[in-house]
Design a protein around this ligand. Structure first.
Ligand code: EPU
Length: 418
């Protein structure tokens, strides 16, 4: 799919922020942990969620989505446990099905997850954790074979080598209805992980967070419940950065969880934007020059790695040299090729991205992945003339009503299905 976008000097209007993609995906997998119904509110209508619904349906969960209410009801039926390769390859979050099936203590086959491959994205921490929880896991021709063996210990301690959102959530899913206590050391305590803990506790799990540790106590049965998903902090941050990049911006973001965005708000302010936060509204006013920044990306509450490609583009507008160091995914640099295509001055040296003031010209860009795709949207808006973005289907994996939201603030964008 191709998008055509025109340069813009001024944007004005309101944008409603949708529910969080990266919280919603593991919350949907929680439906496998109970025989009762799970009702999730504020679910975004994006392709990653549709893919996850389809996979859950195929393995035996009844999923109904009410678009007008952004509500999803999930009810487990009889599980067909072997995970199919095409389905697992569609999205990264398909690995949460492994954690949920491990909780059920059954044997099953699985494949490696797909999704945005902006970097090497191993799942070795997940596999090691499942082994500690009580599984023999072998691999042949890319097929992972899981077979359950009863753990002997009454307490399982898992130390995650490097903070990992997916591994932490998978251990939570796998251990939330276990008859042994599980302790996760060096756990990732990101807002999306806290959402999973909140839902699991509502379902009956006994989970305690202590510093960087999560303790999951014995519990043999979980029940159904209702849950409202938090706002997507990456979507909100993406629009904040878009407002920072355009010469004149007066934008109000509604339904924002600003508590989760402190570092992003601070960076945007340092770049010269006036930001006014009132309850769930964030008003952004930008009409002067953009200042350069020096940002080191680490786990939450640091600036999020998902916004790194998007921030990189905005830095081409800054009146000086900006430096970004992404310690989580240093290889996430596909956007550099696109910025360079537009004439931007950007390079990656020793895991640091260095960006200088640039004059950008419209071109044909390529969305190598979801966040690179949003970066290309900003690139097209600040470059002269008209630009196009190929591979745009990636962007729709994670941004709900993207075209309407952009048009609503005065952006000229067309979908070209040719
Ligand atoms: N890592 C390993 N081995 C593992 C797991 C992780 O080496 O088994 C490393 C990774 O290579 C990385 C670091 O640990 O260097 C952290 O990765 P993490 O596991 O936290 O990433 P993830 O859980 O696979 C989620 C989001 C990503 C987001 C990262 C970091 C989902 C579905 N994905 O990925 O979101 O970038 O956390 O915050 O929740 C996106 O939304 O565009 C996206 C890619």
């Amino acid at each position: 799919m191709k998008l055509r976008i025109e340069h813009v000097d001024k944007i004005e209007g309101k944008i409603n922020i949708s529910g969080s993609k990266n919280a919603a995906l593991p919350l949907m997998a929680c439906s496998i942990l109970t025989d009762e119904k799970i009702v999730l509110n504020n679910i975004p209508d994006i392709s990653d969620i549709r893919d996850m619904s389809m996979i859950l349906e195929k393995i035996g969960v009844n999923v109904t989505y009410h678009k007008e209410k952004s509500q999803m009801c999930l009810q487990k039926k009889e599980l067909l446990i072997n995970l199919n390769i095409e389905e697992m390859a569609k999205i990264r979050a398909s690995y949460y099905l492994m954690g949920a099936l491990v909780a059920n203590k059954t044997d099953f086959l699985a494949y490696y997850p797909g999704g945005c491959n902006f970097s090497k994205r191993p799942i070795d921490y997940h596999i090691e954790a499942f082994k500690k929880i009580g599984y023999n896991i072998s691999e042949k021709d890319n097929v992972l074979s899981f077979s359950y063996k009863m753990p002997k210990a009454k307490k399982i301690i898992i130390v995650i080598p490097k903070k990992s959102v997916g591994t932490t959530i998978n251990i939570l899913l796998a251990s939330s209805k276990s008859m042994v206590t599980t302790i996760i050391k060096n756990a990732s305590i990101e807002p999306e992980v806290l959402q999973v803990i909140k839902l699991l506790k509502k379902m009956g799990s006994r989970i305690i967070i202590k510093d960087n540790q999560i303790i999951i106590r014995e519990r043999n049965k979980l029940h159904g419940t209702r849950f409202k998903i938090m706002a997507d902090r990456i979507e909100a941050g993406s629009y904040m950065l878009l407002a920072t990049a355009v010469d004149n911006a007066k934008v109000c973001l509604n339904n924002v969880d600003s508590e989760n965005l402190k570092e992003v708000i601070s960076v945007v302010k340092n770049m010269g934007v006036s930001v006014d936060v009132k309850k769930d509204k964030v008003k952004l006013l930008k009409n002067k020059k953009v200042y350069p920044v020096d940002v080191k990306i680490e786990p939450y509450p640091s600036f999020p790695t998902d916004l790194q490609p998007i921030l990189s583009v905005v830095c081409t507008k800054a009146c000086g040299i900006s430096i970004i160091e992404d310690t989580i995914y240093p290889e996430r640099i596909s956007h550099i090729e696109e910025i360079t295509k537009a004439g931007g001055s950007i390079k990656s040296i020793n895991n640091k991205i260095i960006i200088s003031t640039s004059t950008l010209k419209g071109n044909s860009f390529y969305a190598h992945d979801l966040r690179c795709g949003f970066a290309c949207i900003i690139l097209s808006l600040i470059a002269t003339g008209e630009s196009s973005i190929d591979g745009a289907e990636y962007i729709f994996r994670g941004y709900e009503n993207l075209i309407d939201k952009l048009r609503h603030i005065g952006i000229s964008i067309e979908k070209d299905l040719k």
